[in-house]
Design a binder for this molecule. Structure first.
Ligand code: NAD
Length: 337
């Protein structure tokens, strides 16, 4: 059993903990939190041992009726792997803590790529993380683009990717984010930083990205144009993408015309928290013209990186190859619509 500690139990951390708990070869060693809020109570109800992320705040947990098993250092010492899901920038600050206990660490996409030895996407570069001491699971948008680029590059060769990212202003619980009534080129500089982030996975890829932020919380939507190295047909591309386990090619006729209905669909399907771990790619949008491919896909920012974290844990512990890990993760959490 791989004992996994989760430091930072928020949007990503709580989902990763539940996904880890569903694995037959892993167990949650504990979770570390800064405060005894509603998520802390949920963690305890789910049976996760609670550790104080900030030792001086440990008494607050007792005051709130939550028993702690210790402080974060003890969790790091006890765990075989730590998943750091703290807010952007805190992961880098925690790096020395993990190194001091020789505990391999999985960081998230809000961190700079330099935080870890390797940036990771299971479909694209699983083997690069094999036995690594530190791995960064790339951001939600970079994960969505990497899952798309990997099969296209293998099948046809990719000459150039151009993607426009229509980004949600914030997650549903982030009430102070925005815009609340605007459409912002964001980042306004072109190309945006997303392209270079995809290049941490595909160093030789030619990619330009542009970003906008809109008053939405549900998902990001990507408008993608890929120039391939050979002529393609839409039908062939569709077949290829339908064969990818973490891409859901939305069939025509279901009325899934946007992120709102996709989220409803996930809730109706009984998905935990209404999560959509797969890229949701509109089949009807797949269009080709010579070597040019066009399509739209939506990415659920709160959950698409979750199966990637589980696979990263297996890669750093050298416990399963890519195919086996991806299959096991998908089966146990229920990826595939
Ligand atoms: P979040 O704010 O929802 O959760 C972070 C949690 O860490 C909170 O519970 C916070 O209280 C806690 N925390 C703060 N300081 C801490 C510390 N010193 N030690 C331990 N815990 C601490 O953030 P999130 O959205 O889950 O993001 C976590 C990481 O995942 C970031 O790098 C982010 O960029 C990345 N990410 C986020 C999304 C997304 O859309 N939410 C998608 C992909 C990747």
């Amino acid at each position: 059993m791989i004992r996994v500690g989760v430091n930072g139990y928020g949007t990503i951390g709580k989902r990763v903990a539940d996904a880890v708990a569903a694995q037959p070869d892993m167990e949650v060693a504990g979770v570390a939190k800064t405060q005894p809020n509603f998520e802390a109570h949920t963690a305890v109800e789910r049976g996760y041992s609670m550790y104080a992320a900030i030792p001086e705040r440990a008494p607050l947990f007792g005051d709130a009726g939550i028993e702690t098993a210790g402080v974060v250092d003890e969790l790091v010492a006890d765990a075989d792997v730590i998943v750091d899901a703290t807010p952007s920038g805190i992961g880098a600050e925690n790096r020395s803590l993990y190194a001091s206990y020789d505990t391999p660490a999985i960081f998230q996409g809000g961190e700079d790529a330099s935080v870890a030895q390797v940036s990771f996407n299971a479909r694209a570069n699983y083997d690069a993380a094999w036995g690594a001491d530190s791995v960064r699971v790339v951001s939600c948008n970079t994960t969505g683009l990497s899952r798309l680029v990997a099969p296209l590059d293998e099948e046809y060769g990719v000459e150039k990717v151009r993607a426009t990212l229509v980004r949600r202003g914030g997650d549903p619980s982030q009430h102070s984010r925005g815009p609340i009534n605007d459409i912002l080129p964001n980042p306004i500089e072109i190309p945006s930083h997303h392209g270079p982030d995809v290049q941490t996975i595909f160093p030789d890829l030619s990619i330009d990205t542009m970003g906008l932020k809109v008053p939405a919380t549900l998902m990001h939507v990507h408008a993608v144009n890929v120039t391939l190295e050979s002529d393609v047909t839409a039908a062939h591309v569709r077949q290829l993408l339908e064969s990818q386990s973490r891409i859901y090619v939305i069939p025509e006729g279901l009325g899934l015309d946007g992120a709102g209905k996709l989220k409803d669909f996930a809730l109706d399907a009984g998905r935990p928290r209404g999560d959509l771990w797969e890229n949701c790619l509109w089949g009807e949008s797949i269009a080709t013209e010579g070597r040019d491919l066009y399509l739209f896909q939506a990415v659920h920012q709160e959950s698409d990186v979750v199966p990637e974290n589980v696979d990263a844990i297996r890669a750093v512990t050298e416990s399963a190859d890519a195919e086996e890990s991806i299959e096991r993760t998908n089966r146990t959490i229920g990826v595939g619509l």
